[in-house]
Write a protein that binds this ligand. Structure first.
Ligand code: PSU
Ligand code: MN
Length: 305
């Protein structure tokens, strides 16, 4: 096993017994929501995963250790420190680990560490993708590369239209990543159930998701699978309200010359401020919804192996 990896005892026992485990990311805790709502949400997500028959493993880097499974105290520590913790993508791991620092895991690093630990299903809110204007900035999230090379299923609510969703789908196609709509033919856009873009396949049950992922792995195909699960109708936001906020946030980021790893956190924070508390509640509910689907799918997958 990787000498930098610590698997929490409960997670290690579940994996050894072939029981379902679901990975969760930590950037959503440190950078995605305000304290203490972030900690409450992270703990509630873990509870929902348990209620749906799986063991949660929140993934983070603490003191230079790759952690698969955090204690409630560690989640509190992460939530309280918030954006002081470095956002850690693939390129950040070597120096963070060598220096013994903390890191908030994005979709990329959560997939990497989940895979090192032997966890194959991961639930989150939204993924990174191809930014608008990427044809000149070349700002494309490392999340897409990771989906192209690491065999983990990522259950999300689609991607926010802070991104160019059309180019994001093109990129995923090139990388050979199946984009599955859960009960939908349309790619959801995080706060809204629709985006105007189609997915590759529509699957309707956790059993079907598990069967497709099982086949992908059994063939030895590299890369992951993206499952896009629309936000529950009751929590979906008005498309005009959210799109106006996104357009304003993008204009401000260009005026201020925001770039690199700061872009996504800047846009997410501005959209959140411009839409007030409504977007936070929607964000929390869609993560709960994804946790349920991921736990049930992990249980189906465990039953097939
Ligand atoms: N998109 C969201 N919410 C998020 C993120 C993206 O709607 O919290 C976070 C995730 O951790 C994702 C990361 O992996 O931002 C992508 O950052 P970048 O675009 O810099 O690759
Ligand atoms: Mn980027």
């Amino acid at each position: 096993m990787n000498k930098y990896l610590d698997i929490a005892p409960e997670v290690a026992e579940a994996l050894a017994a072939g029981k379902p485990v679901v990975a969760l990311e930590s950037t959503i805790i440190s950078h995605g929501m305000p304290y203490p709502k972030n900690v409450e949400t992270a703990l509630e997500v873990e509870k929902i995963i348990r209620e749906n028959g799986a063991v949660p493993a929140t993934i983070a880097i603490i003191g230079g250790r790759l952690k698969a499974g955090l204690s409630a105290d560690e989640i509190e520590y992460f939530g309280k420190k918030g954006a002081e913790i470095a956002k850690a993508s693939r390129r950040d791991l070597p120096v963070l680990i060598a220096r013994g620092q903390d890191g908030a895991c994005t979709v990329t690093t959560t997939m990497m560490i989940a895979h090192m630990a032997g966890i194959s299903v991961f639930a989150t809110g939204g993924i990174g993708g191809v930014h608008r204007g990427a044809e000149t900035t070349m700002d494309i999230s490392a999340d897409l590369e990771e989906l192209g090379q690491t065999p983990v299923m990522v259950v999300c609510a689609g991607a926010k239209s802070i991104l160019d969703l059309g180019l994001t789908l093109e990129y995923l196609e090139t990388k050979g990543v199946p984009v599955i709509g859960y009960g939908t033919e349309e790619l959801p856009a995080f706060y809204t159930r629709k985006s105007g873009f189609g997915v590759d396949y529509r699957l309707d049950t956790p059993q079907e998701l598990a069967a497709a992922f099982h086949a992908q792995r059994a063939m030895g195909l590299k890369g992951g699978m993206l499952v896009a699960n629309p936000i529950p109708e009751a929590y979906a936001m008005d498309a005009d309200v959210i799109n106006n906020a996104i357009n304003q946030a993008i204009a401000e980021s260009r005026e201020q010359g925001i770039h690199g790893k700061a872009t996504t956190p800047f846009l997410l924070a501005r959209v959140k401020d411009l839409t007030g508390g409504d977007s936070l509640e929607s964000n929390i509910q869609l993560v709960y919804n994804n946790a349920r689907v991921a736990a049930k799918t992990a249980a189906e997958l465990a039953a097939m192996q």
